[in-house]
Each structure stands twice: as structure tokens, then as C-alpha cells.
Write a protein that binds this ligand. Structure first.
Ligand code: RIB
Ligand code: CA
Length: 313
């Protein structure tokens, strides 16, 4: 398999943290060029702090972390402390970061890095609202040719909404940005709630993290024990859904996922359904396919991969 050069755009977030750890634990498959932070689960100051704490947990204080947009395009920020806690990374007690934040704005970093890269060579991995990605595309449309693929966590079809009855959080926070990304013409792989709600950290799976008996294993167990309560209360889930790690797992083992190449459009006008991903799963329109929309995964294979890789850190 060809090694992927990626930029992770993120709003940590316990599940973002696990996705970042999985990427950093997989240097044979993934070269993390940099991490860009966006306001989402918690405000930007905290997502930029949490991203660095996770890099240091992985022993990777060499990773360049950039702060990006602190609010969505054209609307107020909506955050999710009710899911992730007031720090955004509640659960483990991690030390404040020692590594610095880069001075360059995340959007400038994305543009500069893509322009310097050969065409179709960089994979963008957005794990939060798409504000940074959309802003970069608006300011520098030429960068689209340098993107190999966008593999993102966001949206839902059969699972509908987790922040409103119709919308998933990442898309809901910045529907205008999502609309720009989904209309960009760049190849997109979508990890919606339809698949991430099948990647549940059940008690045995959490125990397997803890049994690694490493700082990373214990911290991940503590993270998922904390953020499972929202989904357990709301959906009666058997454990925390590992939304964002589906993105980095796709880069390593796409074969454990399945989906359809379909048309996906974003509701940007209606207050009732704002941020809804209108996915033509059944092909009832002639709207052109613009995304590989993932609907299922082999959850046991996913957790075996994740646990084995976390054990390497
Ligand atoms: O709806 C789940 C998504 O919103 C995840 O990426 C989670 O981290 C939050 O950003
Ligand atoms: Ca996220």
C-alpha cells in the first residue's frame, strides 16, 4: 500500500485524540505532515491545546500543530462540552503541553503545504467542522489539484442527527463550509454516523485498551469511559462511538469498511434541517455522485487494528 501524506484537521475531542494517536502509531502507512486545529467541540484555544497534549502523549512533540479558524463561516460557534467535557479532553489527567503552537495560521499552512506538494499527493483528514478546509479552498482554489482525497468524519443518513434531529455536529457547526467542500470536486470519503455508531467501545474493548498497561492505553480507556455517557444516555449505546478514528483506520485498512459512491448535498438554508447531509443512498435523483459514503465496517477488525497500533506507542 502506498504511504499517505496527510494533514489532520481537528477539534479534539476524545475521539479526535484517538484518531491522531492511531495515525501517529502507523508511520509505515501514514506520514502526518502537520495537524491543524479548528473551533468545534470546544473553542479554538482548547482544541489547539488538546492537539498538542495528544502529540506529547504519543511522544511526538516534533509534530507541527497550527491554530486555524475560531468560528464558522457566517454563523456563531456551537460547541459540545456536554459530550466532551469543559476541557474537550475530559477523562485522563494529561499535563499541559510543553511543545509550542506554530506561529503560522492553519489556513496558510494548508495552502502553503498543498502548493508545495505535487498534484494529487496530500490527503486531508478533517475530523471537525470544515471551516479551515473551506477557507483554504476559498482563498486558494488552485490547491484542490494538490489534494489526493479528503477523508472526513461528518454527516449521517440512516442515523440522522446527533446535535439536531437532522444534522450531525461537524456539518451542523459550519454547513456553509461543508457545502464548499462537498462541491469542490475533490474526491471525498465520508465517515458518517451510519458507520461510526457501529464502532462502539464496549466494556471488553475498553478493557483491552487498559490492558495495554501503557500511558496511551490507559489514557484512551479513560477518554472513552468519559465520553461514552452521552451516547449511552441518548441512544442506549453499548459504548462510546469512535467517530474520528474511522478516518485514520480507513487510510490503513480500507477493506474493513463498505459504502456507496453517491451524491451528498448539504442543507444550508432551512433552520429546521440546517446542516443535514442529504445523501442519495438509493439513487433516486440524477445528481452526480461526489462522495464515497461509508455505511458499515467490520468492528472487530477495527478494534483489533486500533488496539494493536495503540500498543506500539
Ligand atoms: O458528530 C461527531 C463529531 O463531532 C466527531 O468528530 C466529534 O469529535 C465531534 O467533532
Ligand atoms: Ca472531531
Amino acid at each position: 500500500m502506498e504511504k499517505r501524506s496527510i494533514i489532520i484537521d481537528t477539534d479534539p475531542g476524545q475521539d479526535d485524540a484517538v484518531a491522531i494517536l492511531l495515525a501517529l502509531a502507523s508511520p509505515d502507512e501514514i506520514d502526518v505532515l502537520g495537524i491543524t486545529c479548528v473551533a468545534g467541540n470546544v473553542p479554538l484555544e482548547l482544541t489547539a491545546k488538546n492537539a498538542r497534549m495528544v502529540c506529547e502523549l504519543a511522544g511526538r512533540s516534533d509534530i507541527a500543530v497550527y491554530a486555524g479558524c475560531d468560528r464558522p463561516l457566517g454563523r456563531d460557534l456551537v460547541t459540545a462540552e456536554h459530550v466532551h467535557g469543559k476541557t474537550g479532553l475530559d477523562g485522563p489527567k494529561l499535563p499541559d503541553p510543553g511543545m509550542p503552537l506554530q506561529d503560522l495560521h492553519a489556513v496558510d499552512y494548508i495552502i502553503d503545504t498543498l502548493r508545495a506538494a505535487s498534484k494529487g499527493s496530500v490527503t486531508l483528514c478533517p475530523l471537525g467542522p470544515l471551516t479551515n478546509i473551506a477557507t483554504a479552498l476559498l482563498r486558494a482554489p488552485d490547491i484542490a489539484d494538490h489534494v489526493r482525497e479528503i477523508v472526513l468524519m461528518g454527516g449521517a443518513y440512516f442515523e440522522v442527527g446527533n446535535i439536531t434531529p437532522a444534522a450531525e455536529f461537524n456539518i451542523y457547526v459550519d454547513p456553509q463550509a461543508a457545502d464548499i467542500v462537498f462541491k469542490s470536486g475533490i474526491p471525498i470519503v465520508v465517515m458518517p454516523l451510519d458507520v461510526t455508531h457501529k464502532a462502539l467501545v464496549t466494556a471488553p474493548r475498553n478493557q483491552a485498551f487498559r490492558a495495554l498497561n501503557t500511558p496511551v492505553g490507559v489514557a484512551v480507556a479513560q477518554m472513552t469511559e468519559f465520553f461514552e455517557r452521552f451516547d449511552k444516555e441518548k441512544y442506549g449505546s453499548a459504548g462510546a462511538p469512535l467517530h474520528d478514528p474511522c478516518v485514520t483506520a480507513w487510510l490503513i485498512r480500507p477493506d474493513i469498511f463498505s459504502g456507496r459512491h453517491i451524491n451528498v448535498e448539504i442543507e444550508t438554508q432551512s433552520e429546521l434541517t440546517l446542516g443535514m447531509t442529504v445523501a442519495d443512498w438509493w439513487g433516486v435523483t440524477d445528481r452526480p455522485a461526489n462522495a464515497l459514503f461509508i455505511g458499515d465496517l467490520d468492528a472487530d477488525a477495527f478494534f483489533a487494528l486500533l488496539t494493536e497500533r495503540l500498543g506500539r506507542l
